[in-house]
Every structure is written in structure tokens, then in C-alpha cells.
Write a protein that binds this ligand. Structure first.
Ligand code: BES
Ligand code: MN
Ligand code: ZN
Length: 499
């Protein structure tokens, strides 16, 4: 979608030529009279109201012509005076569906000064405009929608810049996340990281190969990719937007490019969903691009914990005991609990680089889908303030997360008779057990974990990958860059474990 802004006094709107002029009509009986539009629009709406065609309360819309307007068609859409996420999505759907029905690609939306939350509408339009045509050979004629935003002041300039950067990042994330396992491999992630470094002067990237990961002692990380013909690697992407010595926020994404389960093989139905097991890694790529595009005055380091989880004669097995980079040992109960194995070593690596804080993002457990579904990501962490800041960023961006407990009570599920811990509990709440496992590697660093198994993709629904939790993460970083001296205290009981 191409979005352009045009400054236009309200009185001149009727002179504007477009295929579809979108007029947002305020809800409620009195609302419209107090926000007059040029021409006879108010009278026209009154007319339709008496005909019973226009019900402002029930969000009805009309597609009409008015001789006083140059626009070919006028679309009236009911709006709240402060647009929330649900309202934004509804208006955006109405506009895109109407354009599709009319077989048109051009619309102009009037954003009057009284309207609050116009930025949410812009985000929703951008989100809806994403198309993943997959790999169908006849999908060349992609119709690009062009939307003009008609504004009478400058107040939306910053919102637009932010929305554009978020949108570009989300498209990057969704394109990557939608790629299947044969095309998006760990090596491909490495190429994406290097491409980011080429594109932005503020970004640099290194890719650690298997030999380097082995030299660092990443026994858990490397075990996961051992049964795959694809070599594992760990791309590290640095964005420097502040003084170089200012501690960076580290964002680590799970990038399992295909999760067969390994020797603990998954059942066939739904196994194709596991091409999305790298949505966390794809979010890191999109996030770094968006942060660089906005030039946020902070330092951010992105890590993609990427490998392919496959069974073969060299694969790791249930019962194996692995030594992690932290020195802690892990007894493997299930080779299908592989995400935490790559993540724990990536967290230890981050911890050795004086991070300001660590956030990991992962399609980690089926239990997250059972607990929270596709509405909220599961949020766990060792710092109440950090949890709160992330949950708030989720609320603000309409990309919600909900804080789950990782009390010490839950840690017992990871007891192993032979090693320091096991990699999966039995009959324990799986999302929380996974959070408890990761907490053991965060040490004294403020750390949070987002389980995005249910929020980052919806297989088979049009565009599948959603781009979440990019809106939450970018909002968090935007809020963070406005904080003068953020304090994140560690709560030992909330985290349950301090080595
Ligand atoms: N990648 C899966 C989790 C997943 C499931 C993501 C469905 C998206 C949709 C993860 O690696 C996994 O297999 N987790 C296991 C953990 C268990 C063995 C402790 C799970 O959730 O069943
Ligand atoms: Mn798995
Ligand atoms: Zn997985």
C-alpha cells in the first residue's frame, strides 16, 4: 500500500478528486451535527437516517454520490471519536473491502482534527494491505492500493513516520516468517542479517558459525541442529543509535527454520506449521530494520538463535546430557523441547556482553496456545517493572501480551536425577515450565520472555504470519528511548531461580 499525506483545509475537501472519498462519521445522534462537513453531507446523512439506511449506532455505511463533491464515490463509515484497535480494524476492513468490491485501488480518507487515534487507523490500514502471494506462479498482478490521507494540520507527521517504519519492519518479518523450511534456512537468516548491515550505516552484523559456537561452549545450541543437513549459525546484529558504550537492549529470536521434533518426532497432522518456528527470528530482523529506519537514540543488539531440528543418525536423543554455555547441564527428555536449548545459550552469550536487559521472543510452546490463544502472547520474566513495561507496550500498540507467573514453585518440574535440570517437565504447565527453564540462564540481568506460538502466525488464514510481536517490541523501544534512568529490579521469587 502506498500512503501519502495531503494537507487540505476542511472546506476544500469537496474539491478533491478521488475514486473513493472516505468520510468518518462520528457515532451517536448529536455527533455529526457538531462536526460539520462541507456541502450538504449532514443533510444527506439525515435523509438516509430517516430512510433507515444509515444507522450510526450499528456502524452502517453507505456508498453515495453527491453532486457537490468531486470524488466519484463517498463512503461513510461510522467511527468512535477516539479510534481504538477494534474500531481501527473495522474501518480498515470496510475501506479495503469496498475498494475490492468496486475493483478500485485509490481512496482518500479525511482525517478531521477532532478525530483521536488516527494513528491506529493508519496501522490497521497498513496491516490489512499486506499480501503474501506465496509461491503461486501466476500471482504477478498484485494490486497496489494507494491511500491519500487528507489532514488539515501537521499533528500526524510523527505518527506517519512511525507507522511507515513499523509497517516496513512488519512486512519484512511476515515475508520471512512465511517462507518454508527449504527456503528460509539458518544460512538464509545469516544472509538477511548481513543485508541489514549493508542497508543501514548504523547497523553491523556478525555470523557465528558452528566452530565458533562450539569454541564458546554452546553444547545445547549445537545439539539441536546436529541431525540436520543445514549448518546451524548465530547471526548477531548490532544497531548503534546512542554512544557505543551505552549498554544495549538484547533481543533474541527463536529461529528454528523447521521443527520436526527431532527423534521425539512430531505427529504428521499440522507438522507443516513448524515452518513458522522461526517467527521469533523473523521478528528480530524486522525489528532491527524498523529501529534503524527510525534512528531511535538507543543501542539494540538482535540475535537469531537459528538451527533446523531434524532426526538422523547424528541427531541428539532423549536421555542425552548436554553442557550449556553457562556450565549448567541439561538432561534431554524431549528433543522437541528444542527452542529453549538454542535460547539458553544465546541468553548466556548476551549476558556476557553487559546487556541493559534481555528480551527473548519464541514460538516456544503449544501450551501458550492452549492458555492464551491468538489474542495475547505469554509474557514471563524476572523483573516486575520490565514485565509491566512490556505488557503496557502491548496494550498501547494493540499487540497484547499477558504476564504469567514464573514463581519458584514451578521450578521443581525441571528437577533431574542426573543433571542440573531437564529440558521438559511432565504434567506441568508447559508455557510456564519453559519460562522457568530460561530464567535459569538470565542470572542477574533483567530478562523477559515472550511466547508467541499462538500470536505470530495463523496457518492457512490468508497471510498466515501476523508480524507480531513487532508492534509491541517497537513500542517498548520507543517508550524506552524516552526514559531517563530506567530501573528494573530483579525479583528472585518471581524468577524462581538465581544461579
Ligand atoms: N515449536 C514448538 C512449539 C509450537 C507448537 C509452536 C505449536 C507453534 C505451534 C516447540 O518446539 C515444541 O515442540 N514444544 C513442545 C515442548 C514440550 C515437548 C515440552 C510443546 O509445546 O509440545
Ligand atoms: Mn519442538
Ligand atoms: Zn520448536
Amino acid at each position: 500500500m502506498i500512503i501519502q499525506t495531503q494537507h487540505l483545509a476542511m472546506a476544500d475537501v469537496s474539491e478533491h478528486s478521488t475514486e473513493l472519498l472516505v468520510i468518518l462519521a462520528p457515532a451517536g445522534q448529536s455527533g455529526f451535527a457538531s462536526h460539520p462537513y462541507p456541502g450538504n453531507l449532514a443533510a444527506l446523512i439525515e435523509h438516509y437516517k430517516t430512510m433507515g439506511d444509515w444507522h450510526s449506532e450499528s456502524k452502517h455505511l453507505l456508498c453515495i454520490n453527491s453532486p457537490e463533491y468531486k470524488a466519484s464515490r463517498i463512503l461513510l463509515v461510522n467511527t468512535n471519536s477516539d479510534i481504538d484497535t477494534a474500531c481501527a480494524n473495522r474501518i480498515s476492513n470496510v475501506i479495503t473491502n469496498t475498494l475490492a468490491q468496486l475493483n478500485q485501488t485509490k481512496a482518500a480518507i479525511l482525517l478531521p482534527a477532532w478525530l483521536q487515534g488516527a494513528d491506529r487507523l493508519i496501522h490497521a490500514l497498513f496491516h490489512a494491505s499486506y499480501q503474501f502471494t506465496g509461491y503461486k506462479t501466476d500471482s504477478s498482478q498484485r494490486q497496489e492500493i494507494a491511500v491519500e490521507l487528507l489532514v488539515s494540520d501537521d499533528k500526524l507527521n510523527d505518527s506517519l513516520r512511525y507507522a511507515q517504519a513499523l509497517h516496513n519492519g512488519k512486512c519484512h518479518t511476515r515475508d520471512l516468517a512465511n517462507m518454508p523450511g527449504n527456503l528460509c534456512t539458518p544460512t538464509y537468516f545469516a544472509e538477511c542479517a548481513m543485508a541489514l548491515a549493508d542497508r543501514y550505516a548504523t547497523v553491523s552484523a556478525d555470523v557465528l558459525d558452528e566452530a565458533q559456537l562450539s569454541a564458546l561452549g554452546m553444547g545445547a545450541y549445537l545439539a539441536v541442529g546436529r541431525g540436520s543437513a543445514e549448518p546451524s549459525c548465530m547471526p548477531v546484529i548490532r544497531y548503534v543509535g546512542s554512544e557505543p558504550e551505552v549498554p544495549a537492549i538484547w533481543v533474541i529470536g527463536k529461529g528454528i527454520t523447521f521443527d520436526s521434533g527431532g527423534i521425539t518426532l512430531k505427529k504428521p497432522p499440522g507438522m507443516q506449521n513448524m515452518i513458522y518456528d522461526m517467527c521469533g527470528g523473523a521478528s528480530v530482523i524486522g525489528l532491527m530494520a524498523a529501529v534503524a529506519e527510525l534512528g531511535l537514540p538507543i543501542n539494540v543488539t538482535g540475535v537469531i538463535a537459528t538451527a533446523e531440528n531434524m532426526p538422523d543418525g547424528d541427531a541428539f536423543r532423549p536421555g542425552d546430557i548436554l553442557t550449556t554455555m553457562s556450565g549448567q547441564t541439561v538432561e534431554i527428555i524431549s528433543t522437541d523441547a528444542e527452542g529453549r536449548l538454542v535460547l539458553c545459550d544465546a541468553i548466556t552469550y548476551a549476558n556476557q556482553h553487559q546487556p541493559a536487559l534481555i528480551i527473548d521472543v519464541a514460538t516456544l510452546t503449544g501450551a501458550q496456545i492452549v492458555s492464551l490463544g491468538s489474542h495475547a502472547s505469554g509474557l514471563m520474566g524476572n523483573s516486575p517493572q520490565l514485565n509491566q513495561a512490556l505488557q503496557q507496550a502491548g496494550d498501547e500498540s494493540g499487540d497484547r501480551a499477558w504476564t504469567m507467573p514464573v514463581w519458584s514453585d514451578y521450578q521443581d518440574a525441571l528437577d533431574s536425577p542426573f543433571a542440573d535440570m531437564r529440558n521438559a517437565g511432565s504434567n506441568s504447565p508447559g508455557m510456564i515450565t519453559a519460562g522457568c527453564y530460561l530464567a535459569r540462564f538470565a542470572g542477574n540481568t533483567p530478562w523477559a520472555h515472550l511466547d508467541i506460538a499462538g500470536t505470530s502466525f495463523q496457518y492457512g488464514t490468508g497471510n498466515s504470519a501476523t508480524g507480531r510481536p513487532l508492534p509491541l517490541l517497537l513500542q517498548f523501544l520507543r517508550n524506552y528511548s524516552n526514559l531517563s534512568a530506567p530501573q528494573w529490579s530483579i525479583n528472585t521469587d518471581a524468577c524462581g531461580f538465581l544461579p
